[in-house]
Ligand binder design. Structure first.
Ligand code: SF4
Length: 234
């Protein structure tokens, strides 16, 4: 994951494919460093997520977490927290184990496939995994960790999968950046609570599965609806 971030940050130019989409990670990283505090942190997290997702979009080596399309979220959050808070590799690995438990719970009980349940199952689950990992790193209780994960997924319920030109670029790359910041917000939200919450993670997974089945196939990776049919490029 670290290699994917650093490799992605070093790249420039356009991504493969007919859209000739420019890589943004390096620019975001440089600009973020010109700011302080919250803006700087957000900009850096954006840049790390962009770096990994752009690597994925160009056939680079990434870690599926839980999928290729959503591979930027967890590394962005963990890379940022390790750099800014000095968490050891051991603590980061434990946080990845926790993230993996949440991802596997979804894979087992619902789906992490955009073709089956839409992007809620990919980027939504990645957000839940990253939120859980972040909360554990900051010493959250079991209920707070679960709350952070639940928030990460709940607020992506219904999110469709409509990649333009069938490529994992638009909306996927920016979506990873937004979800990474959202995961950190879910962590903060849960940290401010006492861990008690109304909807359990298992329940939101159940709802996600049902919602995914109810979403028309136009919005499940077929590129026949949504942005995929309403985006034009030269
Ligand atoms: S929009 Fe579809 S292809 Fe893109 S990240 Fe989401 S699930 Fe994957």
């Amino acid at each position: 994951m670290k290699n994917a971030v650093t490799r992605g940050l070093d790249q420039e130019g356009v991504l493969p494919g007919p859209m000739h989409l420019r890589r943004k990670a390096a620019t975001y990283n440089i600009k973020a460093k010109g700011y302080q505090d919250n803006l700087r942190n957000r900009g850096l997290v954006f840049s790390y997520a962009l770096a990994v997702s752009e690597e994925n979009a160009s056939g680079g080596k990434i870690v599926t977490a839980p999928t290729c399309g959503s591979c930027g979220v967890l590394p962005a959050v963990l890379f940022h927290l390790q750099k800014s808070k000095d968490f050891s590799d051991t603590r980061i690995i434990r946080a990845i184990a926790t993230a993996g438990l949440f991802g596997n719970a979804v894979k087992q009980n619902a789906s992490i496939s955009g073709a089956e349940v839409g992007c809620q199952g990919e980027v939504g689950v990645a957000c839940a995994m990253a939120a859980a990992a972040a909360n554990q790193l900051f010493g959250g209780s079991i209920t707070q960790i679960e709350y952070a994960a639940e928030m990460g997924l709940e607020h992506h319920l219904g999110m469709t999968c409509d990649p333009v030109c069938g490529m994992v670029q638009i909306p996927c790359i920016e979506r990873n950046a937004m979800a990474a910041v959202r995961a950190l917000d879910a962590n903060i939200y849960s940290t401010f609570s006492d861990g008690r919450h109304s909807v359990s993670f298992d329940k939101v997974v159940e709802v996600m599965k049902q919602t995914g089945h109810d979403i028309p196939s136009l919005y499940k990776e077929t590129s026949e609806g949504g942005l995929a049919t309403n985006y034009s490029f030269e």
